[in-house]
Design a protein around this ligand. Structure first.
Ligand code: NAP
Ligand code: ZN
Ligand code: ZN
Length: 350
C-alpha cells in the first residue's frame, strides 16, 4: 500500500483571471476505504468554467477542475469491498458527505445538511483542498465511486458522471415517460444527454435552442421537435404545451416567458447555474398551479441507476476528445455555445 502523499500531474487555474496550466497536486495516501484511480478521461462541464473563473465566488486556488471522471482502479485500501483493481469506475461531483443526516440516509448525499464534499474547489473532511479530474490520478472513498458498465466506453461515459445524472435526476423525479411532453432548453453538454435520456424514458421530447443551427443533431439525438427561442412565434405556438421543462441554460433566462410554455400543474426544473440572479413575476406560477423547481446532480445510488440505464439504452455522450493543452480553447468554445456536445480530456496528455 502507498503510505506517502503522492504528487501527480494536473491542469489548474492558478487564479480566476489566468488560463489553466500544467502543475502538480498532492493526493493523499490510500486509506482503509480508499480507491486509487488511474484517470483515463475527464469531461469539461460548464460548471468547471464558472468555478475556474470564480463566477460563483469563493473559489479556492490553485483550482484543478473536473468532476466527470472515468478511469481504472489501480489500488484499494484493506477495507474496500465495492471495487477491485482493474475495475472501470467513475467519480462525479462529490467525493464525500456526512453520511448521517436525513438527506444522506435518504440517498440524497448531494443535499447533505453539512454540505457534500465537492470533487474540487472544496475542502475534504480532513480540511485539505480537493483537486478534481484534470489530473492523472485521484484517491476517493469507495462509497463515492461508481461502476461504469461494460457497454459504455470510458470516454463517452465520463460526461454521464455530471451531465448525465444532472438531467436524469429531474427527468426521473418528475416522471418523464410515455404520454409526457418534455422540453429541454439548451442543447449543450447537459442538454444533449437530457434529450437522449428523456427519449429513452419514452417521453415526447422538444428541444428549445437559441437557433435552429443544431436542429439535425437534435432530431438524431432523439428529439421529436426542435424550436428556436430567438423566434418569438415559438412562445406563442408552444404556450401551455409541456408537462416538464428541464432548463440547462448557463445564463439567466426570462423565466416568465418559459413558464408560459407549461400546461397547468407543469414543472419547470432548472438545472442551469447562471452567475447572476433572475427575476420572476409570481403570476407566472400562480396562473396554472405551476411549479418552479431546481435540481442538483443526483445521489450516489441514483447515479449508479443512471449509468445502468444509459448502458441498457446504449446512451453515451457525444464527445470531442482533446489534449490537455486544448483546455483553454475548449473553455472559449463552450462559452460561445460551440460544443458538440462535450469536450473530454484525454488524461494521457496531462
Ligand atoms: P453548455 O454545454 O455550455 O450548455 C449550455 C447551453 O445553454 C448552450 O449550449 C446553449 O444551448 C444554451 N445557452 C447558453 N447561453 C445561453 C443564453 N444566453 N441564452 C439562452 N441559452 C443559452 O453547459 P453545460 O455543461 O451543459 O451546463 C449548463 C449549466 O448547468 C451551467 O450553468 C452549469 O454550471 C450548470 N450545471 C448545473 C448542475 C446542477 O447540478 N444543477 C450540474 C452541471 C451543470 P443552445 O446553443 O442550444 O441555445
Ligand atoms: Zn458538472
Ligand atoms: Zn449528510
Amino acid at each position: 500500500m502507498t503510505e506517502q502523499i503522492t504528487t501527480v500531474s494536473a491542469y489548474a487555474a492558478p487564479a480566476p483571471e489566468a488560463p489553466l496550466e500544467r502543475t502538480t497536486v498532492p493526493r493523499r495516501p490510500v486509506g482503509e476505504f480508499d480507491v486509487l484511480i488511474d484517470i483515463k478521461y475527464a469531461g469539461i462541464c460548464h460548471s468547471d468554467i464558472h468555478q475556474a473563473r470564480d463566477g460563483w465566488g469563493e473559489g479556492i486556488y490553485p483550482m484543478v477542475p473536473g468532476h466527470e471522471i472515468a478511469g481504472i482502479v489501480t489500488e484499494v485500501g484493506p477495507g474496500v469491498t465495492k471495487v477491485t483493481a482493474g475495475d472501470r469506475v467513475g467519480v462525479g461531483c462529490m467525493v464525500d458527505s456526512c453520511r448521517e443526516c436525513e438527506n444522506c440516509k435518504a440517498g440524497l448525499e448531494q443535499y447533505c445538511l453539512e454540505g457534500n464534499t465537492p470533487t474540487y474547489n472544496g475542502l475534504g473532511r480532513d480540511g485539505e483542498p480537493t483537486y478534481g479530474g484534470y489530473s492523472t490520478h485521484v484517491v476517493v472513498d469507495q462509497a463515492f465511486t461508481l461502476r461504469i458498465p461494460e457497454g459504455i466506453s470510458l470516454d463517452e461515459a465520463a460526461p454521464l458522471l455530471c451531465a448525465g445524472i444532472t438531467t436524469y435526476s429531474p427527468l426521473a423525479h418528475w416522471n418523464a415517460g410515455p404520454g409526457k411532453k418534455v422540453a429541454v432548453v439548451g442543447l449543450g453538454g447537459l442538454g444533449h444527454l437530457g434529450v437522449k435520456i428523456a427519449h429513452a424514458m419514452g417521453a415526447e421530447v422538444t428541444v428549445l435552442s437559441q437557433s435552429l443551427r443544431k436542429k439535425d443533431d437534435g432530431l438524431k439525438l432523439g428529439a421529436d421537435h426542435y424550436y428556436a427561442t430567438s423566434d418569438e412565434a415559438t412562445f406563442q405556438e408552444l404556450a401551455g404545451t409541456f408537462d416538464l421543462i428541464v432548463s440547462t441554460v448557463s445564463a439567466p433566462l426570462p423565466l416568465d416567458k418559459y413558464l408560459g410554455l407549461l400546461r397547468a400543474d407543469g414543472v419547470f426544473a432548472n438545472v442551469g447555474a447562471p452567475e447572476e440572479p433572475v427575476s420572476l413575476n409570481l403570476f407566472s406560477v400562480i396562473a396554472g398551479r405551476k411549479t418552479l423547481a431546481g435540481s442538483m446532480i443526483g445521489g450516489i445510488q441514483e447515479t449508479q441507476e443512471m449509468l445502468d440505464f444509459c448502458a441498457a439504452h446504449g446512451i453515451g455522450s457525444e464527445i470531442e476528445l482533446i489534449g490537455a493543452d486544448q483546455i483553454n480553447e475548449a473553455y472559449e468554445r463552450v462559452l460561445a455555445s460551440d460544443v458538440r456536445y462535450r469536450f473530454v480530456i484525454d488524461a494521457a496528455t496531462i
